[in-house]
Design a protein around this ligand. Sequence first.
Ligand code: ATP
Length: 328
Amino acid sequence: MLVLGIESTAHTFGVAIIDDNLNILSDIRRVYSPKRTLGIDPKEAAEHHSQIAAYAVKEALEKANITYRDLSAVAYAMGPGMGPCLRIGATIARFISEYFRVPLYPVHHGLGHVELTSQMLGLEDPLILLISGGHTSILGFSEGRWRVYGETLDITLGNLLDMFAREAGIPFPGGPKIEELASKGSRLIEMPYTIKGNNMVYSGLLTYAISILNKYPLEDICYSLQETAFSILVEATERALVQLNKREIGITGGVASNTYLFNMVRKMADEHNVHVARLESKYNADNAVQIAIVGLLYKKTGHPPVGAEKAIVKQRYRIEEVEIPWRQ
Ligand code: ATP
């Protein structure tokens, strides 16, 4: 069984082909870099995707050494994401499905992060931290769906880092540079620490960190920003872990590449004898392998594919809306 996945929710246009043993036969990524410093311009990103899409699909097929006729299914990221970007991926997927008569599966992008991490790491019933520019959620599987046991009430962790970076003159994406600067900081500056129930609130922290930009060394601000933002997340995660009695934690999404955060979560988990894992960095960021994996799971469980008229995109799309037929 060969499944082609297409990712186009934001900055990355990705095409990947996997087989039913989860072997990755190709994983093509074309990443749009914003021309302006204000972050991603959806129209500009969509223009980038539309220009390279056909070549990326061709390259993915060539690399996998197959043709369209060998495909068992095509899956695309349905949302959440930026409308103009999502529509490019959906259009290409519809064309492949209709023209070559291949079953078509729309996929929730966050579910792609979650299942790629769970399946590749062999996690059976994990608590998942999905932390990126689009999500900051603590997820667990229950009664047929991935449920949210804690999430940001305002901006995401990725937004917090990228928006602070922009004000500090650090180019997008800000997370990696902030991690590097933070490793050179040592002074902990007290910053707003807001947690409501099991939910995170980051906008006050962002405003405060920006307001002290010229008052302290940037390294110390980055160190304190990370320490505060990550502690809020770890506190909420620990609570969910104990409430749900999970034995494994999987961390995914672009911010999962942050080793300081990974070690904070691991330290907390060690105290509960809980296993913590993440994939190598390139699979934490947006990619099409994660979309192909969900397509494969749908196909394997006999989930009905959709016709082209139902292959829509959803800019706002919560993970609890998705029924999961392959988990008990
Ligand atoms: P989503 O996957 O939910 O649609 P996204 O489109 O922003 O979100 P990702 O590639 O998963 O895509 O995540 C990008 C985010 O990860 C950016 O906010 C970036 O700053 C952050 N990031 C990347 N590397 C690191 C790092 N080492 N430390 C902290 N943040 C990081």
